[in-house]
Design a protein around this ligand. Sequence first.
Ligand code: B12
Ligand code: SF4
Ligand code: SF4
Length: 327
Amino acid sequence: MFSAAFLKDLGIVDWGYTDQLEPLSYEKYRTWLSENKHEPLTYLEGERADKRMNLKNVFPECESALVFLFSYAEQKYSLEQEDLGEAKIASYVTSFGGLDYHYVIKERLEKIANELKNSNPNLEVKPSLDVLPVLERDLALRAGLGWFGKNSMLIHRSEGSFTMIGALLLNQKLSVKEKSMETDHCGQCTACADACPTLAIDLETRTLKADQCVATYTIEVFKDEAPPKGYAQMSEIYGCDICQDVCPWNKRWLRERLKQGPLKSFDWSGLEKIREVFLEGSMTQVLSKVQAIGVREFKRLFKSTPMERTGKNGLLKNLLHKKDASS
Ligand code: B12
Ligand code: SF4
Ligand code: SF4
């Protein structure tokens, strides 16, 4: 259906199709909410929770979906070869040329939609990427693209979990062969939960206690609230990759790729400011640099990057709760 060159050009490492419109884990999601494990992420409750029950609630004409995995593992591991400062930011931030992945992947999804519509003019398409009330990991599970790890990530057997999930909801069923659903490959491993510095992973249910997760605190909490226990000692200042870094399914990806030769060097174009402000020097130096930038200037410098979400004050809050912030 798609040529290998077309997919490679868009950074897609696998894709799948499903006409199952209801998530398999909806009840698990409801239980998670009823136990208040989602707090402070109130946007996951109420009407938006109800809508997640069926894709027709976000796109009434929906009959099926195509789901794509956009990998950023190559960029992530290339960046790790660089000699950088103390502070760490999640690799999805640095992997899309300095732009918020929502813009980059949305454009790629639109390209696929146009390609499909060229040969099928009656096709209607609605892209789903992070913000719609859709359980996207479950959608990828139904499309046969991976399983839910104990860290709650969707893990692909050969590509690991450093992928973003983007989908196209369609008003027709397509004659595409469905992949069989992936089974669990975590086995007895508990490396992610053991490594999580803030004990946010609930191994039993494969969900997170959202208020203990550093990704929540650093990306989603804008007010100056106390951080999760363990946060002050960590290097993470925006998002967190720890429970994926330790996962053997990501290490496997890296080992396989290294067999093909050294990883390509990291492309800093578009990311110069992020490097200069956040990725060079000690934590205290990063704090001083952020303090020295005005709110408006911060907005201008980091426009269209993921940092636009928290703004200067959100980043400052993240930095001021580090152990040596006042020294
Ligand atoms: C809210 C949210 C968050 C919250 C809560 C995360 C969470 N784990 O719930 C916070 C802010 C913490 C967060 C963090 C991150 N996020 Co986020 N986030 C979302 C969002 C918007 C909703 C997720 C959600 O509904 N959570 C509720 C929980 C209960 O649902 P769930 O995660 O799908 O968990 C299911 C499993 O536990 C499952 N389950 C458990 N056991 C079993 C067993 C069986 C048999 C079955 C069938 C199911 C099952 O049931 C649950 C309900 O569906 C999605 C986008 C979207 N619209 O889906 C992105 C999304 C999940 N995030 C994503 C990313 C990349 C991240 C980060 C890596 C970013 C970072 N580096 O900091 C971290 C990862 C932290 C982690 N370990 O999960 C990607 C994940 C891609 C992938 N390959 O999995 C998504 C899909 C965005 C996207 N479109 O690509 N995120
Ligand atoms: S993202 Fe970080 S804080 Fe959140 S569960 Fe994973 S290791 Fe823990
Ligand atoms: S670290 Fe182990 S338990 Fe956690 S998601 Fe990876 S394989 Fe599963």
